[in-house]
Design a protein around this ligand. Structure first.
Ligand code: ARG
Length: 576
């Protein structure tokens, strides 16, 4: 077993023992082997199995121990307490393993045996509106998920479902026409532009009429109207690009599959739904009523495919999206990183898509929801003026605040300081978002976010930079095969923690829960600091062989932190 998760490998051994000793079939995961404070790993399967087999758990545990074929990697396996099996790994096995890890770029993380093709919908800002913090979470979480899935060996196609179509464009285009005629200030201030258009629409019936006619022209493909529309889309794209670049988010213009992209498919979607007998007309609108969705009064809830005025809306576009990615692009898995308020929308879309046969047993769609960003007052974050906080301002502030901290580090050059401030500031914002359970709301607090202690990006980045500085000072980087000696408990504890990277990646990737990776990285950094306190490295009294071994453990720790942070989309600067 060259690489992979140690817990899972032990699980395999236990599963084999269960089969041999009592003819019980189980998977390695069902063998319930976990890292433990009382041993290296502990197997808990005898409790539940004892109950199932009607045998005392200790007896089942003893049966496992007797049949366990693991002399190559285990020092001992012992029954403990009511029926645990405590597993202690062989020191020599761990040492060999550490030496091998030094030559493994993936640090023991295996690629998936069942690669799939994912389409991950994230970002999703709306044209002619500034991106706001609501889109920040989608971008940060979505980007981390894309990175984690790719690292597992899946194929991932990111796509940005821009709100770039629909009725608001009627008023926006008419406003653009008026502004052009009057030499107005144009669309550089997009939210201001949107607000003005909205106000005119509400106040001036003549304008509202023009706006409605403009929507018809737009949907009918009128060339001059499309040219105006493109101006708005391009200006927005520049704004989004600026934010994504600042954030270090991978989304580019090539990943933009806005609502407009699906426009040519909408009529086919409707035809197919009708042909399959899934539609009903209700108040002039063509609807699908996916089974199982009712309001409080018990009335069935509709997905409106075509409105009574003949237009298509958000739901129709999302149905077309599923049909497009599964049929035309051969995608097996769809993930939507969108806020919790849209949970019901997606549940209904997926149900309808299953009815239509666009989602099948081998096509899996999932809404990856997340909570709101709250201010210190516990309410959804706002600026003093009452509007949503603008993303660019927020991110610029993060970098400025980080720069103030970094400015105290005299040894960095001007350029280095700017790069580090960016890494630290953006890293802080991202990590604060990623380190909590995404389903929950999170409170945006600068001080906590930029702190260098606790489960923060700063703490991890600092731990990493400290190790890098140590290795520079040592003047040697331990390469593949450097002998590792695990004489001290702190050395052993650190290596055991490093060996848990595959399990942490699997847990985070399987449930699309980046916070699990964050929690693990924090444990790595704290375990390292225990090691660093107890195991002198550069002290003259440390024998050369021990020094090299400890440097190797430090090097592995630094690599785990760098890799883990990279999977979250966060940089780990060499110096801080
Ligand atoms: N533009 C939408 C919004 O701002 C998000 C799009 C999410 N993706 C989707 N396929 N509906 O709320």
């Amino acid at each position: 077993m060259p690489y992979g998760d140690v817990g899972l490998e032990l699980g395999r051994r236990v599963a084999a023992a269960l089969k041999a000793a009592m003819d019980v079939d189980s998977t390695p995961a069902q063998a319930l082997v976990r890292p433990s404070a009382r041993a290296d790993y502990q197997c808990d399967v005898a409790m539940s199995l004892g109950k199932r087999l009607g045998r005392p758990p200790r007896e089942v545990a003893a049966g496992i121990v007797a049949a366990l074929d693991s002399a190559d990697l285990l020092e001992s396996a012992e029954v403990a307490g009511p029926g645990f099996v405590n597993l202690i790994l062989r020191r020599s096995w761990l040492e060999d393993r550490a030496a091998a890890l030094l030559g493994d770029e993936r640090l023991g993380v295996a690629r998936t045996e069942r690669p799939r093709r994912f389409a991950v919908d994230y970002g999703g800002p709306n044209v002619a509106k500034e991106m706001h913090v609501g889109h920040l979470r989608s971008s940060i979480i979505g980007d981390a998920i894309v990175r984690m899935l790719r690292f597992s060996g899946h194929e991932v196609i990111p796509h940005n479902h821009l709100g770039d179509w629909g009725t608001p464009f009627g008023m926006l285009i008419e406003h653009l026409v008026d502004e052009g005629a009057h030499g107005g200030h144009g669309i550089s201030d997009l939210s201001g532009f949107y607000r003005e258009a909205r106000e005119k629409f509400d106040a001036d019936p003549g304008f509202a009429d023009r706006a409605r006619r403009r929507v018809v022209l737009l949907q009918g493909g009128d060339e001059p109207t499309l040219a105006l529309w493109r101006q708005l889309v391009d200006e927005s794209a520049r704004h989004f690009d600026q934010v994504f670049t600042l954030l270090g988010i991978g989304l580019t213009a090539a990943d933009a599959y806005g609502e407009s992209f699906y426009n040519p498919y909408l009529a086919e979607v409707l035809d197919e739904l009708e042909a399959k007998g899934l539609t009903e007309t209700s108040d002039g609108a063509v609807c699908v009523f996916p089974p199982g969705f009712r309001n409080r009064d018990g009335d069935r809830l509709p997905l409106i495919v075509r409105k009574s005025d003949g237009g298509y809306g958000y739901a129709a576009t999302d149905l077309a999206t599923i049909r497009y990615w599964t049929r035309e692009r051969g995608v097996t898995d769809l993930r939507y990183v969108v806020g919790n308020p849209q949970a019901q929308h997606f549940a209904m879309i997926f149900a309808a898509a299953r009815q239509a046969g666009w989602l099948t047993a081998d096509h899996h769609a999932e809404h990856v929801g997340f909570g709101s960003v709250l201010g210190a007052d516990g309410r959804t974050i706002r600026t003093r003026a009452g509007g949503s906080v603008k993303l660019v301002e927020l991110l610029t502030e993060a970098v400025d605040r980080a720069a103030a901290v970094v400015a105290e580090r005299g040894e960095l050059s001007e350029d280095e300081r700017a790069a580090v401030a960016r890494a630290v500031g953006i890293g802080a914002v991202k990590y604060a978002d990623l380190s909590g359970d995404r389903e929950k709301d999170y409170t945006f607090a600068w001080d906590r976010m930029l702190a260098c202690e606790g489960n923060t990006a700063g703490y991890l980045q600092y731990a990493h930079a400290r190790i890098r500085s140590l290795l520079r000072k040592a003047g040697e980087t331990p390469g593949p095969g450097t002998p590792v000696v695990l004489a001290e408990p702190a050395e052993r504890a650190l290596l055991l923690k490093i060996l848990q990277l595959p399990a942490a990646c699997a847990a985070a990737t399987e449930s699309l829960a980046p916070h699990r990776l964050c929690g693990y990285l924090y444990e790595v950094a704290t375990t390292f600091s225990g090691f660093y306190e107890n195991c002198p490295i550069l002290a003259p009294a440390t024998p050369g062989e021990i020094r090299r071994s400890r440097l190797a453990l430090a090097e592995l720790t630094a690599r785990v932190l760098t890799l883990g942070l990279a999977l979250l989309g966060i940089e780990a600067p060499e110096r801080l």
